[in-house]
Design a binder for this molecule. Structure first.
Ligand code: GLY
Length: 330
């Protein structure tokens, strides 16, 4: 925590400069290694996000909240920034295209106090899927909209869009190939952002273009409540990143939150769920999945199945990129 405080100003300034340049943050300095949940929970909002570019989301979300916005505003704007920047080629319309050559986007948002949620999947030509997900939550009687209906809904709500008139041609060309697309396992990072606000309430969001080369119509874990994102305002919240097929078959973020309910800290809960999945999955630990989590007292944690995993943590006292090593197989 000391390092977090001491590096705050430099990192904060660097983040603002990157925002001004409109660039995605990569690993500019060695992240802080973390193997345990943060000790004393800090005062005020606590924000955690996946990947180094997540720090741009956490920093902006904190600014939004400090300016009077809600945690949901922070989620929408923080993730919206990453969608605009197309960070890591796996978020937003600049994300990796599917096997037919165009982006289909997934996003989800969840609010702790009323346990409400909104989600969109296989969304085409909408710049901010996270905003569409929030509109679904706040302005529809439903939780999840997909494909054409999701796009229509987003347009009805005035969300920024791009021309998709070339998509029917791409779909036709793809369909006429009559071949099975290759496995879509190229790049599947996700921006997941979790916030504990100053009132002690939780919110979360996720957004991704999904795995590059995925089959058209493929939906990953990110828009599936309880898989890519879950928030329980009594307990905590968790988000996933990585190969969605290996997250959604286990309802992994629900498992993490339930581990926290049973008494585990966020770090242990993330690790335990990776062990739980590895013990059941034919792939063992070769899962390409990572998680972040936060509990009601502001403790955070993260774990990854088979690689290092950098993630961002921001509080009013400071902002840093941390990393965890892959869990040790049991
Ligand atoms: N985790 C993102 C995806 O698999 O689509």
């Amino acid at each position: 925590m000391t390092r977090l405080f001491s590096t705050r100003r430099r990192r904060g300034l660097a983040a603002f400069a990157l925002l001004a340049l409109g660039a995605c943050q990569t690993m500019t300095s060695e992240p802080v290694a973390h193997t345990e949940s943060a000790s004393a929970p800090p005062h005020g909002p606590v924000l955690i996000a996946t990947w180094p570019f997540g720090q741009q989301a956490t920093d902006l979300a904190l600014q939004v909240m400090q300016a009077g916005g809600s945690a949901l505003d922070g989620i929408e704007q923080g993730i919206g920034l990453i969608e605009s920047l197309g960070c890591d080629g796996t978020v937003g319309l600049a994300g990796r295209p599917n096997a037919a050559g165009y982006a289909q986007l997934d996003a989800c948002i969840m609010n702790g106090p009323d346990h409400n949620a909104g989600s969109v999947a296989a969304l085409e030509g909408i710049v901010h899927p996270i905003s569409a997900a929030r509109r679904v939550m706040e302005h529809s009687p439903h939780v999840m909209l997909v494909g054409e209906g999701a796009r229509w809904f987003a347009l009805q709500h005035g969300l920024e869009s791009v021309d998709v008139s070339e998509l029917p041609e791409k779909k036709q060309a793809f369909a006429s190939q009559q071949t099975t697309p290759p496995d879509g396992e190229v790049g599947h990072d996700t921006i997941g952002l979790l916030i504990l606000d100053a009132q002690g309430d939780l919110a979360g969001g996720a957004s991704t273009s999904g795995a590059g080369g995925k089959w058209p119509g493929r939906v990953g874990d990110s828009p599936i409540l309880g898989s890519g994102l879950y928030v329980d305002n009594e307990v905590g919240a968790a988000a996933g990143t990585g190969l969605g097929e290996n997250i959604m078959r286990y309802a992994a973020t629900t498992l993490i939150v339930e581990r926290m309910r049973a008494g585990l800290d966020p770090q242990s809960a993330c690790e335990e769920v990776i062990h739980h999945i590895a013990a059941r999955d034919p792939r063992g630990y070769d899962l390409s999945i990572c998680f972040i989590a936060i509990d009601k007292s502001g403790r955070v944690g993260a774990a990854c199945s088979n690689d290092e995993f950098p993630y961002a943590v921001t509080t009013p006292a400071g902002s840093e990129v941390r990393k965890v090593s892959a869990v040790q197989p049991r």
